[in-house]
Design a binder for this molecule. Structure first.
Ligand SMILES: Nc1ncnc2c1ncn2[C@@H]1O[C@H](COP(=O)(O)OP(=O)(O)OP(=O)(O)O)[C@@H](O)[C@H]1O
Ligand SMILES: [Mg+2]
Length: 276
């Protein structure tokens, strides 16, 4: 596989769920060692597209290749599943769904390290585990806690550490930083940028947050109702969107200096009602 070939190639890919067309036939390629952003309104088919890339959802039509290998059909063997997992990992929108409720944060991350990096041995895995926990900012209590006793943002950090533990070639992040507060979000974005320069990881970043997309991606596709309505260099698309929908998406983000419009038809709040 040549370095210049796209790492992911999607052709004529579509998905119907009964009468709902979640993804209309679309073509897409992801350049190796770069990051692609996927933006679009809720329900536009972003997660379905990512789920087809990872193999969680079977396409209705079309094909997906990663490193030239077909992914449209499920993997039949454990070896094939492991090979695919090393190629591509996904951080899901809902972190609960990808964590074993009985495992502590450390056990969850260790499981992936042992599976994908047996060469590290027991000491090497423990050292790498501590490194990953430090990187995503999990403290001593959180490392030994089960998911139910952690916050959404803390769970999200376990899932990110877990995905990074496999050192995949491609990492798909589905709203992975949306639930995090701004300081942790900035930390995770910097971490992702560092990982990319160290390992050459390719990212597919699904996000409602255009500021995050601007920081992390070189190219972006804009989806609406299961279709790609605009694509191009992130800096160009976000600074000078061509499609009306992308313009609306950009306009809908409050910017510095943004002031709420005063509306006369909204009554002034009255004094708080005293409870008896
Ligand atoms: N398993 C399913 N069965 C039936 N319909 C589904 C299923 N999964 C997704 N859909 C529908 O497909 C469409 C696309 O959903 P999808 O989750 O891909 O959107 P999304 O762009 O990720 O939205 P969000 O930004 O809210 O996460 C929606 O109309 C959704 O209701
Ligand atoms: Mg989604």
């Amino acid at each position: 596989m040549s370095e210049t070939e796209p790492i992911i190639q999607v052709s004529g890919l579509s998905k119907r769920f009964g009468s709902v067309t979640a993804v209309q036939p679309l073509d897409l390629s992801v350049t190796r060692h770069t990051s692609l952003g996927i933006v679009g309104e809720s329900g536009s088919g972003k997660t379905t597209l990512a789920n087809m890339m990872i193999g969680r959802v079977r396409p209705s039509k079309g094909s997906i290749t990663v490193n030239g290998n077909d992914r449209s059909r499920p993997a039949n063997t454990a070896v094939e599943r492991r090979r695919r997992a090393k190629e591509l990992q996904m951080v899901f929108q809902d972190p609960y769904s990808s964590l074993n409720p009985r495992y502590t944060a450390e056990q969850s991350i260790l499981e992936v390290l042992k599976l994908h990096h047996p060469e590290l041995g027991s000491h090497g895995c423990t050292a790498r585990l501590a490194e990953l926990c430090d990187l995503v900012g999990l403290d001593t209590r959180q490392r030994t806690s089960q998911p139910f006793s952690l916050s959404g943002g803390q769970r999200q950090r376990i899932v990110i550490a877990r995905a990074l533990a496999a050192t995949p070639e491609v990492l798909i992040l589905d709203e992975a930083v949306a639930a995090l507060d701004v300081s942790i979000q900035a930390q995770i974005i910097n971490l992702l940028l560092d990982i990319r320069s160290e390992f050459g990881t390719t990212y597919v970043l699904i996000s409602h947050d255009l500021a995050v997309v601007r920081q992390l991606t070189e190219e972006v596709v804009v989806m609406r109702r299961g279709q790609v309505v605009e694509r191009g260099r992130t800096s160009l698309v976000l600074s000078d969107p061509q499609h009306q929908y992308t313009q609306q998406l950009k306009e809908s983000i409050p910017r510095p200096g943004w002031k709420p419009v005063h509306r006369d038809d909204i009554p002034e709040p009255s004094a708080p009602t005293q409870l008896a």
